[in-house]
Design a protein around this ligand. Structure first.
Ligand code: NDP
Ligand code: MG
Length: 383
């Protein structure tokens, strides 16, 4: 019986990624509390195979039939191997899943997250793109099915933690902190020459390549503004971004009386991942701690909108609403992939996104299928 189990069964979507592997590290620290029941990968089947050997899941999902066949041969029938989006949609609904961790990158996270909500699973959400493209659909669905949607993104976990015990109508504003990325102090002329290797070196976090480039362009912060708007129901004008290069304060909430709460910690995604899993409780961890006397400084700056226009594009997209955020998201995914293949320059990324947004005829209150169509069309136009 589901309720008599001691441990919680987890479906970890994107187990071979940066969040996925760190989630497995957390799960490994709590073998009595959590079991990695389903794992999923896309291209990295060798890492997935290692994870299967170590965590013994009941089932896994891979991207295509060929990889599935090879994996089945190596596993000798011990682990169920499912395929593609169909496989992802299948596992998130199963009775032997208590928590779905949505850690796919990009638009691919949308449909499995929706299915998991409809199946009334507790969800730990890393895949911010889901809320960016369809927040207007997701949040009412979360309410309808009365599920916990717990943020994994460090800023949103920080805000979520600051809001524990507070009344929603007493929030004045949310202050999202941003590291500013590796190019914070560069001039436009310098930015025109930055390479993919430089962009992939984030000063404070080790993450997947897409979000690392998003952090360098500040699109990541733009996506996070939209994510915060939907998660916490805060109007856009009450969400402020402040650059804090040390990434010790993960975000803040200012209340109507002028009091500000912040959540702090060393920059390590395992902390918000663990909190999402153990919420509403906390468990002891062995992660390194902040030692204030050795923190030389904590500094704060206004974001540079001139050199990093992606942040403003995200504000514009959210203000317009409808299908525009999906266009912005798809154009960004295409532009980042092109930059990673050395096909366009760093400064071409915001140009491509802005062009895609300008060309689009917006549609209000889109359905999921309309969002999927807009995503597909934008990719086709800008490939
Ligand atoms: P990665 O690129 O490291 O991992 C992505 C995962 O998704 C991998 O398991 C990958 O499989 C799988 N995947 C990629 N494309 C598809 C697809 N089309 N269908 C099915 N599976 C797919 O990304 P991150 O872990 O960095 O990021 C995941 C999400 O979490 C993103 O939305 C990101 O914005 C968010 N996030 C990440 C943070 C971080 O520190 N990394 C911090 C905060 C939020 P494979 O590798 O096998 O190809
Ligand atoms: Mg973040």
């Amino acid at each position: 019986m589901q309720n008599n189990r001691v441990h919680k069964n987890i479906a970890l979507l994107g187990s071979t990624g940066s969040i996925g592997t760190q989630t497995l590290d957390v799960i490994a620290n709590f073998p009595k509390d959590f079991k990695a029941t389903y794992l999923t990968g896309n291209n990295n089947t060798s890492l997935l195979l290692e994870q299967i050997r170590r965590f013994q899941p009941k089932g896994v999902v891979v991207s295509n039939e060929k990889s599935a066949k090879e994996l089945r041969k190596q596993l000798g029938g011990k682990t169920e191997v499912l395929v593609g989006e169909e496989g992802l949609l299948e596992i998130v609904q199963r009775d032997d899943v208590d928590i779905v961790i949505s850690a796919l990158v990009g638009f691919a996270g949308l449909k499995p997250t929706i299915k998991a909500i409809e199946a009334k699973k507790k969800i730990a959400l890393a895949n911010k793109e889901t809320l960016v493209v369809a927040g207007e659909i997701i949040m009412p669905l979360v309410e309808k099915h009365r599920i916990d949607l717990l943020p994994v993104d460090s800023e949103h976990s920080a805000i979520f933690q600051c809001l524990v015990g507070e009344l929603p109508n007493k929030i004045e504003k949310i202050i999202l902190t941003a590291s500013g990325g590796p190019f914070r102090t560069k001039s436009k002329a310098e930015l025109s020459k930055v390479t993919r290797e430089q962009a992939l070196k984030h000063p404070n976090w080790t993450m997947g390549s897409k979000i690392t480039i998003d952090s360098a362009t500040l699109m990541n912060k733009g996506l996070e503004v939209i994510e915060a708007h939907w998660l916490f129901g805060i109007p856009l004008d009450n969400i402020e971004v402040v650059v804090h290069p040390q990434s010790i304060i993960h975000s803040m909430v200012e209340f109507v009386d002028g009091s500000i709460k912040a959540q702090l910690g060393i920059p390590d995604m395992k902390i918000p991942i663990q909190y999402a899993l153990t919420y509403p409780s906390r468990s002891r961890s062995i992660f390194p701690r902040v030692h204030f006397p050795t923190l030389s400084e904590m500094t704060f700056f206004e974001p540079d909108h001139e050199n990093f226009p992606c942040l403003q594009l995200a504000y514009d997209a959210l203000r317009e609403g409808g299908t525009i955020p999906a266009v912005m998201n798809a154009a960004n995914e295409v532009a980042v992939a092109k930059f990673l293949r050395d096909e366009i320059t760093f400064l071409d990324i915001p140009k491509m996104i802005s062009k895609a947004m300008e060309k689009h005829t917006n549609k209000a209150n889109p359905s999921v299928e309309e969002i999927v169509d807009v995503d597909r069309e934008t990719r086709r136009n800008f490939q």
